[in-house]
Write a protein that binds this ligand. Structure first.
Ligand code: DX5
Ligand code: ZN
Length: 230
């Protein structure tokens, strides 16, 4: 079973910017090109002002790849939909702290379904909002854009928060950064403790997605080596 416990750089292409008419080929391309995770952005048109895809798409693509499915739900009722998204083939279920008053219940529910669990924070949500739950999750996802759309500009103001979270994580926990990551922004994210890098537009929007992914990875590795491991 793949998990996130081993500390290393991981690249997670976000399917949101893929060509949905050729999903199978697009997934095969990033899998063969060395992607570590496939990031699946679920939007409900309520928690965020946009809709994406849902359970039937995950079920279908589960049959065509071995990649770890990193499911990021931007939905108002993460507890209600945990089971269908996990049964469809998610390996991780990351939900927003802003979306629920009962985060512990969601975490326990996801764990009970034998799935990794992550907590996501919007750009203006402080570390304190997740601090009491930190030891209970596998991954913390720091949003570096406002959730809802791909291809937005990286918000560098979230970096001190990323560094603070990173200092409080165990070696078996991951810090994921999501939004506006490309070869120019990934270095600062790595220096501030991130080790899972989501990239949508910078990979699927590139003329050569596999070399774009390699460039992002190399830059992250070089910055991590310079900045020191957690
Ligand atoms: C935004 C999503 C992101 C998005 C990233 O709501 O959570 O995962 O797809 O896309 P880029 O890399 O294009 O900012
Ligand atoms: Zn995402």
């Amino acid at each position: 079973m793949k998990d996130l416990k081993e500390p290393r750089i991981r690249i997670a292409p976000s399917l949101l910017s893929a060509d949905f008419g050729r999903l199978k080929e697009q997934i095969a391309m990033v899998e063969e090109g060395g992607a570590d995770l496939l990031h699946l952005d679920i939007m409900d048109g309520h928690f965020v002002p946009n809709l994406s895809f849902g359970v039937p798409v995950i079920e279908k693509i589960r049959g065509c790849t071995e990649l770890y499915f990193d499911t990021h739900v931007m939905i108002t009722d993460p507890d209600k939909y945990a089971e269908p998204f996990i049964k469809a083939g998610s390996n991780n279920y990351t939900f927003h702290i802003e979306a629920t008053n009962e985060p512990r219940k969601v975490i326990d529910h996801v764990r009970g379904l034998n799935c990794d669990v992550g907590l996501a924070l919007n750009p203006d949500t402080p570390f304190g909002a997740i601090e009491p739950l930190l030891s209970e999750v596998d991954v913390v996802l720091v949003m570096s854009v406002w959730p809802g759309f791909g291809g937005q500009r990286f918000i560098a103001e979230v970096l001190p928060k990323a560094a603070e979270i990173s200092r409080n994580l165990r070696p078996d926990q991951r810090l994921e950064i999501d939004g506006g990551i490309d070869f120019q922004t990934v270095g600062s994210a790595a220096e501030n403790g991130a080790d899972i890098f989501v990239a949508g537009f910078a990979i699927f929007g590139a003329s050569d997605p596999v070399s774009a992914m390699a460039r992002i990875r190399e830059t992250a590795q070089a910055s991590k080596a310079a900045g020191g491991e957690r």
